[in-house]
Design a protein around this ligand. Structure first.
Ligand code: SAM
Ligand code: SF4
Length: 333
């Protein structure tokens, strides 16, 4: 019997057909808004094995999920990750396999990723100035990432998008340069508002958060842009740029609420099925995967039942809600 379009429908009638899987909490960078300088990563036995992650991906696709994004941490630093990506790429029912990466490994991996069936990738890039890039990522090398971006462009993905988190007084003067860089390569770019995920040491987030309205105003001083409907059912709102192939997106989780059309859930590398980015509603899949590794039906049933606790919306800065203590690298960006 074929499954319906998706078996995952929450109490608010939202159809869940998109899953973001975190492949690792580790990363070769330490971006100032994402991690603290000294991070403790999870012990190996607490994280899902590649085989367990594959089982989770397979269960979701059997339930009607047709879009999976691989993220982290830095997904491409996990050992033997290509074999997992190839296997996920072959899952029946999967229409789109997406990846979010910091770009550090793309020079060698972009081609194999494309061959494994990855359709689209997002590459994070917050600065085009080598020193600033180093300061923002603490360990990253700009040149390596730019080579990765160019290799990815040559590899022929269906689309590539740069992700830029803009921080006031840090890289807000680079908005137009970043946009021009994307336009020059014929790829898209999204500006992301900083979210209050995880306790960080470098700055007070409320001081550095730049609203996307401000970013848009800056862009309008240089380019004519017009909203378009790209129907991503997510927090991104896209604009076309007059005379250019590239689109510019604005991801505004803080200043705009996009929850009514939310079609996604996340699975952390510890096997926690997170129903919402902005709070702690979750179901543990790891215990089940370890106690009954062959019981695919129970795994699917647990996922279906978890949909009941998907909250209507998130509140990042609402004092009545618990503060989110998860770091973005734990959540899966
Ligand atoms: N390491 C990969 C990367 O950097 O693209 C994938 C994981 S990362 C957590 C995914 C995205 O989340 C990146 O574009 C990053 O810039 C963004 N991000 C991380 N922490 C954030 C925060 N506190 N607010 C907004 N975006 C954040
Ligand atoms: Fe690593 Fe991505 Fe977080 Fe930067 S944003 S520290 S690259 S996981």
């Amino acid at each position: 019997m074929p499954e319906p379009a998706t078996a995952l429908i929450d109490k608010h009638g939202r159809h869940i057909d998109y899953v973001r899987l975190s492949l690792t909490d580790r990363c070769d960078f330490r971006c100032v808004y994402c991690m603290s300088e000294e991070m403790t990563f999870l012990p190996r036995k607490q994280i899902l094995s590649l085989e367990e992650i594959y089982k989770v991906a397979a269960a979701f696709t059997e339930l009607g999920v047709n879009k999976i994004r691989l993220t982290g941490g830095e997904p491409l630093v996990r050992n033997n990750v290509m074999s997992l990506i190839e296997n996920i790429g072959r899952l029946p029912g999967l229409d789109e396999l997406l990846l979010t990466t910091n770009g550090s490994q793309l020079k060698k991996m972009a081609g194999p990723l494309r061959d494994a069936g990855v359709n689209r990738i997002n590459i994070s890039l917050d600065s085009l100035n080598a020193e600033k890039f180093k300061a923002m990522t603490r360990t990253g090398k700009l040149e390596q990432v730019l080579k990765g971006v160019e290799t990815a462009v040559a590899a022929g993905f269906d689309s590539i998008r740069l992700n830029s988190v803009i921080l006031r007084g840090v890289n807000d003067h680079e908005i137009i340069d970043l946009l021009k860089y994307a336009i020059g390569l014929g790829i898209n770019i999204a500006f992301i508002e900083e979210m209050p995920l995880g306790e960080i040491s470098d700055h007070e987030r409320m001081d550095t958060m730049v609203s996307n309205e401000d970013v848009k105003k800056k862009i309008l001083e240089h380019y004519a842009i017009r909203p378009i409907d790209m129907n991503t059912a997510g927090p991104s709102r896209y604009y076309e740029i007059e005379g250019e192939q590239s689109k510019v997106g604005f991801i505004s989780p803080v200043s705009h609420n996009f929850c009514e059309s939310c079609n996604r859930v996340r699975v952390t590398v510890e096997g926690r099925l997170l129903l919402c980015l902005g709070n702690e509603y979750s179901t543990d899949l790891r215990q089940l995967l370890r106690e009954q590794p062959e019981n695919t039906e129970l795994l699917k049933q647990t996922i279906i039942e978890a949909m009941d606790i998907k909250p209507l919306r998130h509140y990042f800065y609402d004092e009545e809600q618990p503060q989110i203590v998860r770091f973005m690298n734990m959540t899966g960006g």
